[in-house]
Design a protein around this ligand. Structure first.
Ligand SMILES: [Zn+2]
Length: 658
């Protein structure tokens, strides 16, 4: 019997769409083919998951904002060599933009955006040279092609355009023929493993072993990120002595690279690569971690002070890395962090209308002006909300954040079911069990509220497992399906196994107990579910530059109109005793400052000695602190709803608190 099962599994190991009782992999979507290790979850093609409710509103804001108009006036896109303009930008900016525009267009089924995508794709798909190279003739650097491939694979998933796969195969044939060229001192070298994302996508759809020869060669000849993460060089002690800045200390490289040892693991199966992922993220938290799951890098790793910045590219690339990591390893902790980044740092670096963004965001951000700040190397405009503050990489790369997050809310599982990896109002229509199509609608105001209702629609009764992530913070989560309670454990996936029929409902209540995190200088941050809360500060915008006569593309300085130097009056072990939670409706512009759907009311006292230093909030006073000022009512709102904020607070000394 055992021998027969083995023979069967060998027979079917080769690929997608195959499968039998002996084949343990998903039958309906392209899985990792041998010799790649099997990822725990299977990413669904673009368009399988659709946004609903407030997440759809957020994507519409993005479509009406910069993503939907940037190519109309920003010279790097309006005159791009990636659409054939002679002398136009021929490097990363076109591909970066497409990597976000493509998923946004197809998630919203927005005809205007789909029309925008077409000329880019038509030009790129006809740019293939006989030797396999593609893109603008002027560009001979491999890096932007790695980005373009990520846009092309998404485009293929949405459209099935038959020209995509041959173009990608020809390019991998070119890479195989041309010697390894991944120098440690160049972007294409330190980011070389980004090619593996598209390479594995392509290999899993074609079975062309030559593609794996390329990724094998890349991982053996490019910068060794596994070694780097296993012996993380930029510890707090090392940073104190001063470091030489370079590619290995660059925030975006590192954010992308958190997934590289994972990609290596899929091919080499060596546990040390998997360990490197975990060790790397742990070290980044320990030495450069900021509240909300990001790490500081302005432009280079810059420690734990809450006034150090994180570049927006570093946020959206970390999100994409986590989307890949949760699929590879099936670890719900990666999804906990992904949600935190998506719902806090991602909107916090942008104006609510998605027309302006920052290069660097700060947890304690009390003044956004053109001025010198204690960044590692960034310039004086880095925390402005604008069109291209400091440098235009984020201007073109930011667009992938929201749409790719929505796309990866749901994934397929190898037991022919589905998994809700991250939560947000959405709908997934996918194949399960023996091929039945099921639609699951997720009704929720998450992360502003912890109640989630899943409604199931099928054309016939069908048995399949539904896996639901129980976040590590959601102790005591209540899960109920068909009138029965299903047990849950925080930090795992719960499974509901039953024969489903149309009209079935699953209710999940994730308790949103207030909790605190201890930060730099013993400061406290307040969290509720995946949301981080910040002091609501009065914001006065001053336009300092306009970029268009009719479109609202502009640079803004933001000045505080209310005090910010407060310490909170609470016991950090029992924050709910001191904080009152007020919830309301989510507006059509979800992250608007004045319409925050959740407001926390808490008392604090001013700390008169805590003022500006180097144009940022001065060093956070070490807690516990004393103040002779009167107690004041304060409001905290979601980090993403603030453009000025205090997020790491000193705490007033009271008997019994620490
Ligand atoms: Zn950037």
């Amino acid at each position: 019997m055992k021998r027969l099962a083995l023979a069967l599994s060998l027979l079917v190991a080769a690929g997608p769409g195959s499968g039998s009782a002996a084949d343990p992999s998903n039958k309906h979507y392209p899985v990792d083919r041998a010799p790649l290790a099997q990822s725990q979850f299977v990413m669904l093609p673009l368009g399988t998951v659709k946004p609903r409710g407030w997440l759809r509103d957020q994507l519409i804001v993005q479509a009406n904002g910069l993503t939907g108009h940037l190519d109309e006036f920003w010279p790097s896109l309006a005159k791009t060599a990636w659409k054939g303009t002679e002398g136009g930008e021929a490097w990363e900016r076109g591909p970066y933009y497409l990597d976000g525009l493509v998923p946004l267009a197809y998630l919203l089924d927005d005809p205007r955006l789909i029309e925008k995508v077409k000329p880019w794709m038509e030009w790129i798909l006809s740019s293939g040279q006989p030797d396999g190279w593609f893109g603008p003739a002027k560009n001979r650097d491999r890096w932007p092609l790695a980005v373009a491939m990520k846009a092309l694979t998404q485009y293929h998933e949405a459209t099935n355009d038959p020209r995509v796969i041959p173009l990608l195969r020809n390019y991998f044939a070119w890479l195989k023929k041309n010697p390894p060229d991944w120098p440690d001192k160049e972007w294409r070298g330190v980011r070389a493993m980004e090619n593996a994302v598209s390479a594995f996508w392509l290999y899993n759809r074609t079975g062309d072993a030559a593609i794996l020869d390329v990724t094998d060669s890349i991982r053996k000849t490019c910068f060794n990120w596994a070694k780097y993460f296993l012996n993380f060089p930029y510890t707090t002690d090392v940073m104190k002595q001063g470091i030489k800045y370079g590619h290995p200390s660059h925030v975006v490289n590192i954010a992308m690279a958190t997934k590289y040892p994972g990609l290596c693991f899929l091919q080499c199966h060596e546990d040390q690569h998997k360990n490197a992922v975990y060790q790397g993220i742990k070290s980044l938290d320990e030495h450069h971690g900021q509240v909300g799951g990001r790490f500081a890098g302005d432009e280079h790793l810059s420690g734990k002070r809450p006034t150090q910045g994180t570049e927006l590219c570093g946020v959206v690339e970390y999100m994409f890395s986590l989307e890949n990591l949760v699929a590879m390893f099936g670890d719900p902790d990666f999804a906990d962090r992904l949600e935190m980044l998506a719902y806090n740092a991602n909107p916090g670096a942008c104006t609510a209308d998605y027309w302006a963004h920052q290069y660097d965001q700060q947890a304690n951000q009390v003044l956004c002006t053109v001025a010198k700040r204690k960044w590692s190397t960034n310039g004086n405009s880095s925390n402005l909300y604008g069109l291209e503050p400091n440098f235009g990489c984020c201007t073109s790369n930011m667009h992938q954040g929201w749409p790719k997050f929505v796309s990866h809310l749901w994934m397929a599982t190898h037991d022919q079911g589905l998994v809700a990896v991250a939560y947000g109002p959405s709908e997934v229509k996918a194949k399960v069990a023996d091929g039945a199509t099921v639609t699951i609608t997720e009704e929720t105001n998450y992360p502003f509220d912890g109640a989630i209702r899943f409604r199931v629609k099928t054309d016939r009764p069908v048995a399949f497992p539904l896996h639901l992530r129980i976040p590590r913070w959601a102790e005591g989560a209540r899960l109920e399906a068909g009138g029965k309670t299903v047990p849950t454990t925080a930090g795992t996936f719960a499974v509901v196994e039953r024969t489903w029929k149309s009209g079935d409902v699953v209710n999940l209540i994730l308790p949103m107990k207030l909790r605190t995190e201890t930060r730099y200088n013993n400061a406290v941050s307040i969290l509720r579910g995946p949301l981080v809360f910040s002091l609501k500060i009065g914001e006065r915008y001053q336009k300092i530059k306009s970029y268009h006569d009719t479109l609202p593309a502009a640079d803004y300085e933001v000045q505080p109109t209310t005090p910010w130097n407060y310490a909170l009056m609470l016991d950090r072990a029992n924050p709910e005793k001191a904080i009152r939670v007020k919830t309301g409706k989510i507006g059509k512009v979800p992250y608007e400052h004045d319409r925050a759907p959740v407001v926390l009311k808490v008392k604090g006292k001013a700390i008169p000695g805590w003022g500006l230093a180097d144009n940022s909030a001065g060093e956070t006073p070490v807690s516990p602190v004393v103040s002779d000022q009167p107690a004041t009512d304060l409001e905290l709102i979601p980090y993403g709803s603030t453009r000025l904020r205090i997020t790491e607070f000193p705490v007033i000394a009271v008997a019994g608190s620490k």
